[in-house]
Design a protein. Sequence first.
Length: 147
Amino acid sequence: MYISSTPHLPFVSEEIAIYGPKAHQRIISKLNSGLGPLFYHERQITLEPLPETMLNEGEVSPVPDLILYDNETRQTPIIIEVCHTEGLKKDLKKVVQLTNEDNYGILESFVYDYTARQWFRYRKGDESVISASSFSEVLQLDLNEFL
């Protein structure tokens, strides 16, 4: 986590510190570079992959590692969080909460633990049951193929 050493600036604080180890960013990059061509060039998916993007541009909102955004409905049907094993429990709790809320249109959320190389999926309506899966029902794609 990067914490600025710049003293007493009102907009620099530990709360906005960035957690971005290379292994973490590498996974986001691989997912984005795999999904991007399917959206932009091949038109095989209708959801635009956007890394580190606010769920609601109109107000302060959560920023998942990768969102898949529907530009027509202005909803985010899929979010992906990338973590290491120590952060897994926190990220699982976060994606379940975000998915269960009706604020962003999330239907499916994923957490990838890059230390253990494990995927976890939660779908809206699964009543907090998380499955060990990288297959997206929404996209009809296995996200692990991009890693």
